[in-house]
Design a binder for this molecule. Structure first.
Ligand code: UT7
Length: 332
């Protein structure tokens, strides 16, 4: 039997920051409001000539280097993004793979918004366990500043840019395998968080970015309530299904959308503060990149050790949501 193991992590954030103070000069808001309602203090913003693939490439280079697996042995590259370099093609994954010198691998993007990393984790696991692939590079990369409306205070205070990547590889040792991944979606709630125009549903003459509404729009408060309800249930389910108690979780790594959502779900699971990984204050919401960026933070702080059990959870546009129970199993 073949299993899938989580071998390495890497991340990258662009240098420039956008603080709450900066935002007060752009929209009617305050540092106090943003901090109290979201926990965010600043986010990183890419430059005009820095694309999603550039962020993803730097994260992927680190993950590859740390994996001990040669780029020649990577047979699939998957990127989760809602802010790809190009609207339709080529995919961001093919650009990253080519810049890394990975040849002839399967490469594609997926769109699952903030749940993107959990989705690509499940894809990597499924391809490896079926025997179709052996070493999969997964990347969550976002330049959300490109699709953010900086005149809308309900959304522009939330989002930032960044990327995270991981290498998942085949193992025969069940003790080091990813335990489980859940992914779900419900299009009934599509209008809670969307970029309404710019796709095949738009008239050709409405493709001007601002007029066409290609920026993100969100019904924040409704999204918040559905997020807390859905995530709490999903995380309880994955723990119960796998007979794992929340005390056994070393690191609870939630999608970093809002401190209050993280706190509500963490409290419902009776997580202790030292179990909960929090990066929302410094990166804001980086959608599909937020979970691997958070894992990278604890790795670089020396807090993530071989054999540690992580619980991941995420929620985002679609609506999509998911959770995963993952052991950190480096090869080196
Ligand atoms: O990652 C994908 C999933 N996304 C999420 O999970 C995000 C979920 N939603 C949220 O994080 C929160 O709903 C927000 C942070 C977006 C908003 O917080 P809230 O506590 O739900 O506020 P609200 O939308 O209910 O608005 C409360 C008030 C309103 O004013 P009135 O109508 O009470 O006078 C808003 O107009 O706060 C006002 N408001 C602001 N005030 C200052 C909204 N945005 C701002 C702002 N600064 N930036």
């Amino acid at each position: 039997m073949v299993y899938a193991a989580f071998r390495s992590i890497g991340a990258y954030v662009p240098q420039k920051t956008l603080t709450n103070e900066d935002l007060t000069r752009m929209v009617d808001t305050s540092d106090e409001w943003i901090t109290k309602r979201t926990g965010i203090k600043e986010r990183h913003i890419a430059t005009d000539d820095e694309f999603t693939s550039d962020l993803g490439l730097k994260a992927a280079q680190k993950a590859l280097e740390r994996s001990g697996i040669a780029k020649e042995d990577i047979d699939m590259v998957v990127c989760a993004t809602i802010s790809p370099d190009y609207f339709c093609m080529p995919s961001t994954a093919t650009i990253i793979a080519t810049k890394l010198g990975i040849k002839n691998a399967t490469a594609f993007d997926i769109s699952a918004a903030c749940t993107g990393f959990v989705y690509i984790l499940s894809i990597a696991k499924a391809f490896i366990e079926s025997g179709m692939k052996k070493n999969v590079l997964i990347i969550g990369a976002e330049k959300l500043s490109a699709i953010t409306d900086y005149s809308d205070r309900g959304t522009c205070i939330l989002f930032g840019d960044g990327a995270g990547a991981a290498v998942i590889s085949a193992t025969e040792n069940k003790e080091e395998a990813i335990i489980d991944v859940h992914t779900s979606a419900d299009g009934e709630y599509a209008d809670l968080l969307m970029t309404p125009n710019g796709g095949s549903g738009s008239a050709h003459d409405a493709l001007d970015k601002e007029a066409a509404g290609c920026f993100m729009q969100m019904k924040g408060n409704e999204t918040f309530k559905v997020a807390v309800r859905t995530l709490t249930q999903d995380v309880k389910d994955i723990l119960e299904t796998n007979n794992i108690t929340s005390e056994s979780i070393k690191h609870f790594v939630p999608h970093q959308a809002n401190y209050r959502i993280i706190k509500a779900v963490g409290d419902a699971l009776k997580m202790q503060p030292e179990q909960v990984v929090l990066t929302v204050a410094k990166y804001g919401n980086t959608s599909g990149a937020s979970i691997p960026m958070a894992i990278n933070d604890i790795y670089e702080e020396g807090r993530l050790e071989a054999g540690d059990l992580m619980l991941l959870d995420a929620f985002g546009g679609g609506l999509t949501w998911g959770s995963a129970l993952v052991l950190f199993s480096p090869l080196q």
